[in-house]
Write a protein that binds this ligand. Structure first.
Ligand code: XBP
Ligand code: MG
Length: 254
């Protein structure tokens, strides 16, 4: 295992409630009578990408209007407002990283293992989410960053993972992806990358066939996983455990 590739939303942090609130704040600000609840948003999350999600919903509620000439312009404008609201919600670090994320980033840095990001979210959201927990110079810690600014075609297409592999100069078989959703798992699998899934509340109901392993989260010494991990002596996923799982020694004696 030569590199770790992290998804962002739902994986680095449980961000989707903040995204949902930001979408609803944008609808209110522009006077749209749309208001998404968690049940609807959970369904809409099957469409990766906020702009794509907005168009999908518009076509659901008003197919005729969603064919209008100003649709693209309107979606871009609403999404820009949503992105501003999202930054206001997460920009001062009120959204913590999920268990084990900061630890694994530190472990990889100390071991000289490159880490990367492969996300469908808007680049500005990365700065808002990561500049407090990982510091102002957080970008320097990642060998490659693939996001909605670098890759237009969203998950479950493999494009963002293929772009990150190219930037890393590594083969798919040399990397491990960490994801939270079925879309993300399918994107990484389509790129040939073994994937560990840590579902979020929004994706716990999804199917993760073919995942290397599915865990509630990565755990930390202070927040151990409820059960012993395969071929790991402790109840949190550290670099050694990821290496074993990537190498395929999932169920060797610990
Ligand atoms: C999850 C997504 C994103 C976010 C919203 O991204 O699909 O669209 O829900 O962010 P990830 P935008 O690949 O990190 O799980 O509105 O900026 O798209
Ligand atoms: Mg995700």
């Amino acid at each position: 295992m030569k590199a770790l590739i992290f998804d962002v939303d739902g994986t680095l942090a449980d961000t989707e409630t903040a995204h949902l609130q930001a979408f609803n704040a944008a609808f209110a600000e522009v006077g749209l009578d749309w208001c998404w609840d968690e049940a609807l948003y959970t369904r809409l999350l099957k469409v990766a990408g906020g702009k794509e999600r907005l168009l999908h919903y518009w076509r659901m509620v008003d197919p005729e209007e969603a064919r209008g000439c100003k649709v693209r312009e309107t979606i871009d404008a609403v999404h820009a407002i949503k992105t501003r609201h999202y930054a206001e919600r997460v920009g001062s670090g009120q959204l913590p990283l999920r268990p084990g994320i900061a630890r694994l980033i530190e472990e990889a840095g100390s071991a000289g293992v490159p880490i990367a990001i492969a996300t469908t979210t808007t680049p500005a959201n990365l700065d808002a989410l990561l500049q407090v927990p990982l510091g102002q110079r957080w970008r320097e810690r990642f060998a490659a960053i693939g996001d909605a600014g670098t890759t237009a075609i969203k998950k479950p297409a493999p494009d963002v993972y293929l772009a990150v592999l190219e930037r890393l100069g590594l083969e798919a078989g040399d990397c491990l992806a960490i994801e939270d959703s079925e879309n993300g798992l399918r994107a990484a699998q389509a790129a040939g990358i073994a994937t560990l899934v840590t579902p979020s509340a929004y994706t716990a109901h999804e199917r993760f066939d073919g995942a290397l392993l599915v865990l509630p989260h990565l755990g930390d010494p202070g927040q151990p996983l409820p059960q012993q991990l395969p071929s790991a002596a402790q109840r949190w996923a550290d670099l050694g455990a990821l290496r074993n799982w990537h190498r395929g020694t999932l169920f060797e004696a610990a």
